[in-house]
Design a protein around this ligand. Structure first.
Ligand SMILES: NC(=O)c1ccc[n+]([C@@H]2O[C@H](COP(=O)([O-])OP(=O)(O)OC[C@H]3O[C@@H](n4cnc5c(N)ncnc54)[C@H](O)[C@@H]3O)[C@@H](O)[C@H]2O)c1
Length: 342
């Protein structure tokens, strides 16, 4: 018998990915998976060794053997499921973002707090070996007092129009990972945001009132400044880098590639392109975030990326949207703006 049994809600891209990783782990197994569309899911689940398939996620919440659920359904469903899962006493791993509205997220998180269950938000990049190292370097004081942060975050190709229309917009869907990364590396809250955006890649994205290119300036509570730049289309692959600069130095991370070989000939110098997209680049991070969540439950340990982290990233995304629409910087209030704990 495995030490922890979990349920997966939503058997789409990310739900199946987490299920696959969990089935290869030592101390945890997926006991049940639910999706509103279960045609063909039985066969997949049986190949994965998942005994229960259901179209109603409440079956997972009512199962006493299941101690935690992974909410991997569309964002619009997260908040309601979080509340029910918390009331059922299940620990919660929720994919990002928690919801499209800060108020909705706050209400869902109240239910989590009241129930006293653990909740982790799926900001997988915190668990990426490169970004984790950058954070550790900053935390250890090796670059001195942080002054500047630069995050480059570009996708290899834009998602289909149907996805864009339900995504919550570039800031809530894509930049939200970068907003979390900014807080994580700088260990300071964002207190001001100024965002500019453009539609340069796909006119359909503009027709859907979204942008595909953005620059976001940040001011942190510790006085440091940051800049995030996004594109939905980098022809050379997934471009995910950052640099943190401070009074005593600087830490830079580069893209992961299929190999580190550099081929130099009379024609020029070549290396492999960055790994194609998030599924390739962040495999290790997706595994690590689940292992950390499982460990936190089994050993009653801290959650590295908790419900408040999910909320704060959404607050920054909302402020960025407000800034984009108004053309002005937007301030964010914090009761206190402490350094983060983990
Ligand atoms: N952390 C990451 O890197 C990352 C990557 C991709 C997606 N996501 C997030 O994960 C979530 C899902 O995204 P996806 O790309 O896997 O979407 P998807 O459309 O591939 O999968 C979602 C699945 O949920 C099912 N579903 C809908 N309502 C449901 C319900 N009430 N109960 C159970 N299942 C239900 C759908 O039928 C679908 O199969 C989104 O919130 C998204 O933002 C995170």
């Amino acid at each position: 018998m495995f030490m922890l049994q979990v349920g997966i809600i939503g058997a789409g891209r990310i739900g199946k990915l987490h299920a696959d990783h969990i089935q290869h782990m030592r101390n945890v197994r997926v006991r049940a998976i639910s999706d509103v569309y279960i045609a063909g899911l039985d066969t997949w689940a049986s190949e994965m060794g998942i005994p229960v398939v259901t179209s109603d996620y409440r079956d997972l919440l009512n199962d006493p053997e299941i101690e935690a659920v992974f909410i991997c359904s569309p964002t619009s469903t997260h908040a309601a499921i979080i509340k029910e899962a918390a009331q059922a006493g299940k620990h919660i791993f929720c994919e990002k973002p928690v919801s499209f509205s800060v108020d909705t997220t706050e209400r869902a998180l109240e239910a989590v707090k009241k129930a006293g269950v653990k909740m982790q938000v799926g900001f997988n990049r915190r668990f990426d070996h490169n970004f984790k190292k950058a954070r550790d370097v900053v935390q250890a004081g090796k670059i001195g007092a942080p002054h500047l942060l630069r995050i480059t975050s570009r996708d290899p190709e834009p998602p289909p129009a149907e996805y864009i229309s339900k995504s919550g917009g570039l800031f809530m869907d894509m930049t939200i990972h970068d907003f979390d990364m900014a807080r994580y590396v700088m260990q300071s809250e964002v207190v001001e945001v100024y965002a500019q955006g453009a539609n340069l890649i796909d006119p359909q994205i503009g027709e859907l009132n979204d942008i595909d290119t953005a620059v976001v300036n940040l001011r942190f509570a510790n006085g440091a400044l940051g800049i995030i730049e996004n594109s939905r289309k980098a022809v050379y692959g997934y471009d995910q880098r950052l640099e943190a600069f401070g009074s005593e130095g600087c830490v830079t991370t580069n893209n992961d590639r299929a190999s580190t070989a550099i081929v130099a000939t009379a024609d020029g110098v070549q290396m492999d392109k960055p790994l194609y997209f998030f599924l390739e680049r962040y495999t290790q991070a997706y595994i690590q975030e689940v292992e950390d969540f499982v460990r936190a439950i089994l050993h009653d340990g801290p959650i590295v990326c908790d419900a408040n982290d999910g909320l704060q990233a959404e607050r920054i995304a909302r402020a960025a949207k407000e800034s984009l629409l108004s053309g002005r910087p937007v301030k964010l209030e914090h009761e206190s703006a402490p350094m983060q704990h983990q």
